[in-house]
Design a protein around this ligand. Structure first.
Ligand SMILES: [Zn+2]
Length: 364
């Protein structure tokens, strides 16, 4: 709680609406498991940031979202639960969340033929989902939409003159692409913030993703966009980790994408070297603002990743990310150990403040 320690000056954007998204677990290898992306995550983080100034997320129009997502995805997410309920699937066979069972993988289709939008709600559930883990319930759309509003509000605060702002939001976003959702993500919050900064500033912006898993959604959204640099440090998908199909070093897009996959078991030294490399790369690429996709699941002890970063490592990473002295928007992604998630986020934010302070002193 910072008792006697440094006070946090980065404003924290918040919305109670995150609690409307109760995933109700995950369907993994066909089995319903409890899942770890639970409402308590955000509440635990907020609990450790009690000394910060809290800013309520402001509503933004869909226009901001349509620069990074297809209209069809938004329409689907907005109505999927109502359609599911109207089709009676929650009563027969008794599935209380939207769970897909058929997927339009590209090789299903002859050349020139694309997937139809299925008439049945049960089949439509697979039209935009790329896994079975990312369930939709009654409040999922409202919560996902509010998380985007939180990220956009943090971007607004920075554009209004704050040196940094943090969106304490869920569900997370970095696995969501323009037209597909998965990995517990529905809408790409960090990408929305980056698009907002790019259009306001006109110049290049960078997204640095320090979540333990590859930011495949952000990579895909800005793949051909030279004005949004996307860098990600994560556990090597080739070693058997989500998102499995993507996240390898050779994926460079139009030249503005950089992936630094790490071996399972990697700790502070290797991980910090990668964070430092990405921060330097963003600065060398002319970035005028920075978005940090702030997952803390690289921590040793997190149930969702085999990386071994310590709290001191997160503090040091924050310093590296603040060191370029760029206007910085931090957006919450993963982190699943409820006992430590708040402390880890706080350490990272304090490190960013230290890094920005150092950059400011160097400029004087
Ligand atoms: Zn993650």
């Amino acid at each position: 709680m910072g008792d006697g320690g440094p006070r946090l000056s980065i404003p924290v954007v918040w919305t109670d609406l995150h609690r409307l998204h109760e995933p109700g677990g995950e369907v993994w290898v066909g089995v319903r498991t409890p899942g770890t992306e639970v409402p308590e995550r955000a509440d635990r983080i907020r609990g450790t940031l009690a000394d910060a100034s809290i800013v309520e997320a402001r509503a933004h129009s869909d226009e901001a979202l349509l620069t990074i997502h297809d209209r069809e995805l938004l329409d689907h997410l907005a109505r999927a639960w109502d359609d599911w309920e109207a089709a009676g699937l929650n009563r027969d066979p008794g599935q209380d969340r939207v769970v897909p069972y058929i997927f339009p993988v590209p090789s299903l289709f002859p050349a020139g033929v694309g997937p139809a939008l299925p008439a049945a709600a049960s089949a439509r559930a697979g039209s935009f989902a790329y896994d079975t883990m990312t369930l939709i319930g009654p409040g999922t759309w409202e919560a996902a939409r509010a998380a985007v509003d939180a990220a956009l509000t943090a971007a607004d605060l920075v554009l209004e003159g704050e040196r940094a702002a943090y969106a304490c939001c869920r569900p997370p976003g970095h696995h969501a692409t323009r037209g597909a959702f998965g990995g517990s993500c529905y809408l790409n919050n960090a990408a929305a913030a980056a698009a907002r900064l790019r259009s306001a500033l006109g110049g290049p912006v960078a997204v640095i993703d320090i979540d333990a898993h590859h930011g495949n959604g952000t990579q895909a959204i800005f793949w051909d966009d030279p004005l949004v640099l996307t860098g990600s440090v994560h556990v090597d998908p080739g070693a058997g980790w989500f998102p499995h199909f993507l996240g390898f070093a050779e994926e460079t897009g139009g030249g503005a994408n950089r992936n630094l996959p790490l071996a399972p078991g990697s700790g502070d030294e290797v991980w910090l070297e990668a964070v430092r490399a990405l921060a330097g790369w963003a600065l060398a690429g002319g970035a005028e603002a920075l978005v940090v996709a702030l997952g803390v699941d690289a921590a040793g002890g997190d149930p969702e990743s085999p990386l071994e970063v310590t709290p001191a490592g997160f503090r040091a990473a924050g310093r590296e990310l603040g060191a370029p002295g760029l206007p910085t928007v931090l957006v919450q992604e993963g982190g699943y150990d409820l006992e430590t998630i708040g402390e880890l986020v706080r350490e990272l934010l304090l490190g960013v403040e230290e890094g920005l302070r150092g950059a400011g002193e160097r400029q004087q």
